[in-house]
Design a protein around this ligand. Structure first.
Ligand code: EPZ
Length: 428
């Protein structure tokens, strides 16, 4: 088993580039299926979720491979339209192949991606959307069957601005014979990035950045080239790490506008923040002030994926902070682990109340999902003594080598092999 060994209380200093975005790259890889030829994604992150998506693409008959940080997909021949349950279960984003396969092949057979540590992860909004565009959608147990070549298109409505369902709309609508309009679309930056690639492929899309998206029939799409934008959640996690450990860091290759909801909260902690059009510099306060109540919400609300790292950064704040998790049913798994470090956190349903403590103690910490495990590392950077963080199989899904980034910023961090009993016999 691998673990991060972190010696806390070393202020972070320096400048690092941010990797390409996981939640940006995954829909782009599904979009690559829409056109024959080689679509090229530069600055693509090497993550296990990207690896899984490549396995799905190959299973469907597309070719794909790496050339340095560039990932290419050749979808000249798509020979399959069914994704095996085993591949579907590994990551939720595989549901995006519903829209891409419908548009390219007129049919798709997938499994429900199943629940995960964040609670139930239904796909009812995705299926309702595809039905509204004219697809035939059936379910047998966990298997989903979609049919519909040259869907009529028309009006569709989302009662909740689901990111994935909006992405599936943009993908499926490429196969519609008539114009398609979505009311209630998500507006996250990743939606804009998917639209950018689709437009480069020849798609005609209007309304990006608003809750109303319209797609017009554009004929056959062509392969294209795109540079994956910086991962705003990796950036948020690194900024939270600086608030937790202290010091001053600069992140380059980022779009500050995509980080605005996070920067607003970090500014309230007393952090000094300076931006250029492609970088963010943060100087941490001696002890962060408790920000006004933070509520996670769809864009432009505070991103739910940054909730756990932010909580970890506020454990030694001056005052009492409140974070309300409104997007997922169950996204406080990191709380019991943070309490083991001496954090004072009370939860009441979706509300977490963090009372700042003067210090935290390093200990063995077990992660059980992606952003929660990142939060444990963030907290360990601000703790006295050594921490051992496990759950790296979750961390590697969404962060490419975060150990190296933190190390470059001066953290005392190693990635080592440990025997499982070292963790399971951890001090209660
Ligand atoms: C995307 O997930 C991201 N994943 C998530 O990031 C992110 O937390 C989420 O958007 C919200 O921003 C990727 O982009 C690969 P949703 P998605 O559909 O599309 C409910 C990370 O850590 N819902 O906006 O699945 C759902 O259960 C991951 O990088 C339905 O009820 O998010 C949740 O409570 C975690 N029915 C809420 O909506 C549906 O059909 C938001 O889900 C779909 C969603």
């Amino acid at each position: 088993m691998q673990a991060l060994v972190i010696e806390g209380m070393h202020p972070l200093r320096g400048s690092v580039p941010v990797h390409g975005s996981k939640n940006g790259a995954l829909p782009l890889l599904a979009a690559a299926l829409l056109a024959p030829g080689r679509t090229v994604l530069h600055h693509c992150p090497r993550l296990t979720d990207v690896q899984t998506t490549m396995e799905i693409l190959r299973h469907l008959g597309a070719g794909c491979g790496w050339e340095g940080e560039t990932l290419w997909v050749d979808a000249s021949a798509v020979t399959g339209t069914a994704i095996p349950e085993e591949l579907m279960r590994r990551q939720r984003a595989s549901v995006l192949f519903l829209g891409a396969l419908l548009a390219r092949c007129g049919e798709a057979t997938l499994s429900t991606p199943g629940g995960c540590a964040l609670g139930e992860r239904p796909v009812d909004l995705h299926l309702s959307l595809l039905r509204q565009l004219g697809a035939e959608v059936g379910q047998q147990g966990d298997r989903i069957f979609c049919r519909g070549a040259a869907l009529p298109g028309g009006e569709a409505y989302l009662p909740y601005p689901s990111v994935g369902a909006t992405e599936n709309f943009l993908l499926a609508a490429q196969g519609c014979a008539g114009p398609s309009r979505l009311l209630g679309a998500a507006m996250e930056p990743e939606i804009g990035e998917l639209a950018e690639l689709l437009r480069a492929m020849g798609a005609q899309i209007e309304g990006v950045g608003t809750p109303v998206l319209t797609v017009y029939p554009a004929g056959a799409l062509r392969s294209a080239e795109h540079t994956v934008r910086a991962d705003r959640i990796e950036a948020a996690t690194l900024l939270c790490a600086a608030v937790s450990a202290g010091g001053e860091v600069e992140l380059t290759g980022v779009e500050p506008s995509a980080l605005q909801p996070v920067l607003d909260v970090l500014w309230q902690t007393g952090s000094e923040i300076r931006c250029t059009d492609s970088s963010v510099r943060l100087r941490a306060p001696e002890r962060p002030r408790a920000p006004e109540r933070v509520v996670t919400a769809p864009w432009p609300g505070f991103p739910t994926d940054a909730q756990a790292p932010l909580m970890a950064a506020l454990l030694r704040c001056r005052g009492t902070a409140q974070i309300r998790e409104q997007v997922f049913q169950s996204r406080f798994h990191h709380v019991p682990e943070l309490r083991r470090m001496g954090a004072a956190i009370e939860t009441d349903g979706p509300l977490a109340t963090i009372t700042g403590v003067p210090s935290l103690r390093g200990t063995h910490l077990q992660g059980c999902e992606l952003r929660g495990t990142a939060a444990l590392a963030v907290a360990a950077l601000g703790a006295e003594g050594e921490s051992v963080v496990t759950g790296l199989e979750f961390l590697d899904r969404g962060y490419e080598n975060i150990k190296n980034l933190l190390s470059e910023l001066g953290a005392a961090i190693k990635r080592v092999e440990i025997s499982p009993d070292v963790v399971y016999n951890r001090i209660p």
